[in-house]
Design a protein around this ligand. Structure first.
Ligand code: VGL
Ligand code: ZN
Length: 207
C-alpha cells in the first residue's frame, strides 16, 4: 500500500502568499506528475489551518517582528507572519494542485497555543492529528512525502512518520519540495537521512 503525502501546498507558502517559500510554486508540476502517475494507492494532503491571532504569529506578540524567535507556551517559537488563516485565500491549496485526486485532507495548527509543523502532531508532541492512525488503518507500507517547506513542515512530518509508523518505508522527494532557508534545507535533509528517511528524486520515484 503506497501513499503520497503532500505537505502544505497552499497559496500562503507560494510566491504572492503571506509566508512565501522561494520558488514554492515550482513544486506544483512535479507534485501533479506524482499525483497523476498511478503509483499511489492513497493520496493525502496536509493543510496549515490557523485560527486568526494564532500564537505563532508575530502579530500576536507586541514588539516581535516576523522571523525573530519569541516564546509560545513557555517554549522558543519562530515568529511567523500571519499565514494560512482558516477560510482565507492564503490557506487554500494552490489552484494548480490536482486536488480532485486527493483522498484525504489533514488540517493542522488549529490550537492557538502551540504550533504544528508536522502533519502528525503538535510541536509539543502532546496532541495527535490522527493522520498516523488513518494511514495505519489503510495499511500503508510505503509513504512518500514532499511539499512546503522542506526545513519545517516537510522535515517534521518525515521524522514523525518514521517514529510513529514503524515498519513503514518513508521517502522524501527532493525536487517536489522547496524550503525557506538554504542552510535549513541542508540540515533538514541531513536530519531526515540520519533518522532513516530515504532521499529520492521524482525521476527515481516515477521510474
Ligand atoms: C510552515 C512555518 C509555519 C510549513 C507552516 O508549512 O513549513 N512553516 N507554518
Ligand atoms: Zn503555520
Amino acid at each position: 500500500m503506497k501513499a503520497l503525502l503532500l505537505i502544505d501546498i497552499q497559496n500562503g507558502f507560494c510566491p504572492g502568499g503571506n509566508l512565501p517559500v522561494p520558488d514554492g510554486n515550482q513544486v506544483l508540476p512535479v507534485a501533479n506528475k506524482l499525483i497523476d502517475s498511478g503509483k499511489y494507492d492513497l493520496i493525502v494532503a496536509s493543510q496549515d489551518w490557523h485560527p486568526a491571532g494564532h500564537g505563532s504569529f508575530a502579530s500576536a506578540h507586541p514588539g516581535k517582528k516576523p522571523f525573530e524567535v519569541g516564546t509560545l507556551s513557555g517554549k522558543p517559537q519562530m515568529m511567523w507572519p500571519d499565514h494560512c488563516v482558516q477560510n482565507s485565500k492564503d490557506a487554500e491549496f494552490h489552484p494548480d494542485l490536482h486536488l480532485g485526486a486527493v483522498d484525504f485532507i489533514q488540517q493542522k495548527g488549529q490550537n492557538p497555543a502551540v504550533d504544528s509543523y508536522s502533519a502528525f502532531r503538535d510541536n509539543d508532541q502532546a496532541a495527535l492529528t490522527g493522520l498516523a492512525a488513518y494511514l495505519r488503518n489503510k495499511g500503508v507500507t510505503e509513504l512518500d512525502l514532499c511539499g512546503l517547506a522542506t526545513d519545517y513542515c516537510v522535515k517534521f512530518s518525515a521524522l514523525d512518520a518514521v517514529e510513529m509508523l514503524p515498519g513503514v518505508t518513508v521517502r522524501f522527494i527532493e525536487d517536489a519540495s522547496r524550503g525557506i532557508d538554504p542552510a535549513g534545507v541542508k540540515a533538514a535533509i541531513d536530519a531526515m537521512r540520519a533518522r532513516g528517511v530515504a532521499i529520492a528524486s521524482s525521476k527515481e520515484v516515477l521510474a
